[in-house]
Design a protein around this ligand. Structure first.
Ligand code: MN
Length: 261
């Protein structure tokens, strides 16, 4: 009788029913603590101009060398090399009003003022003619860069990640919805440090327009609602120090002010 019980239990434990029963118990226990073994990450979200609702961020794609004069100042040849993409983690995005702590492990913190695009839908192989229909809103942001680490990475042909994707490396302002504000296709984009204008260009000088950028990016990734695209910086990049005040503005999208703390 005892042997039979043990045999039965072994059979039960090795059966699918046992696995299902165990999983069920685990879920019940876990459900008492939100269902995750650690607290789930916070939702990163962005303010929406004129609204109490917020835009939840999924991923942050960035365009590199998307203005001809900036490609040249970076030592690139825009007649030979097209723009390219890199990524920041979603929690690189912070509210510009919170200020930017001078990051660790760098002695050369660079500003890059950029147009920010927020997607409400996505897909793959998006036709440039349809690309703008996926945009929820536009905004103003900064792609902050540890320039010394970037130059070392370039010298060693290593990834850019730690130079571009550090904590709080993307201070952004509120998003301006297309529904009320239209599309940001042309218009002045400028940046100043302590009141001195350092970058002064126009969105029309983007090498890959927003439509083209979305289309090309969607060949590489399935884009989704919540994805953010930082569309590259114009010429005039430079360094900032603790205490500096960076202002970035784009026609129709307001201005942001970021203090390096
Ligand atoms: Mn950039």
């Amino acid at each position: 009788m005892e042997n039979t019980d043990k045999t039965s239990r072994r059979q039960f434990l090795s059966s699918g029913a046992a696995v299902a029963a165990t999983a069920c118990v685990s879920q019940e226990v876990a459900a008492q603590n939100t269902g995750y073994v650690i607290d789930p990450p916070d939702v990163v979200s962005m303010e929406i101009h004129g609204s109490d609702e917020r835009f939840p961020v999924r991923r942050v794609f960035c365009l590199g060398r998307n203005y001809r004069a900036h490609a040249i100042e970076s030592g690139d040849d825009p007649d030979v090399n097209p723009p390219f993409f890199f990524i920041k983690p979603r929690d690189a995005i912070i509210d510009s009003r919170d200020g930017l702590p001078y990051p660790s492990v760098t002695k050369a913190l660079r500003y890059e003022g950029e147009l920010v695009v927020a997607l409400k839908s996505g897909g793959t192989d998006i036709d440039p003619a349809d690309a703008l229909s996926h945009i929820f809103a536009y905004g103003v942001g900064l792609d902050m860069t540890r320039q010394d680490l970037q130059q070392e990475a370039q010298r060693l042909s290593r990834p850019w990640a730690i130079s571009k994707s550090f904590d709080k490396s993307a201070p952004c302002g509120p998003l301006y919805p297309v529904e009320t504000n239209g599309h940001a296709v042309t218009g002045r984009i400028w940046l100043s440090v302590n009141g001195e204008v350092k970058q002064d260009s126009g969105l029309e000088f983007q090498r890959w327009s927003v439509s083209e950028g979305i289309s090309i990016l969607s060949r590489h990734y399935e884009l989704t609602a919540g994805d953010i695209i930082m569309t590259g910086t114009p010429e005039g990049i430079g360094l900032v120090e603790t205490g500096d005040v960076i202002r970035v503005g784009i026609d129709g999208l307001g201005e942001i002010e970021v203090t390096v703390t």
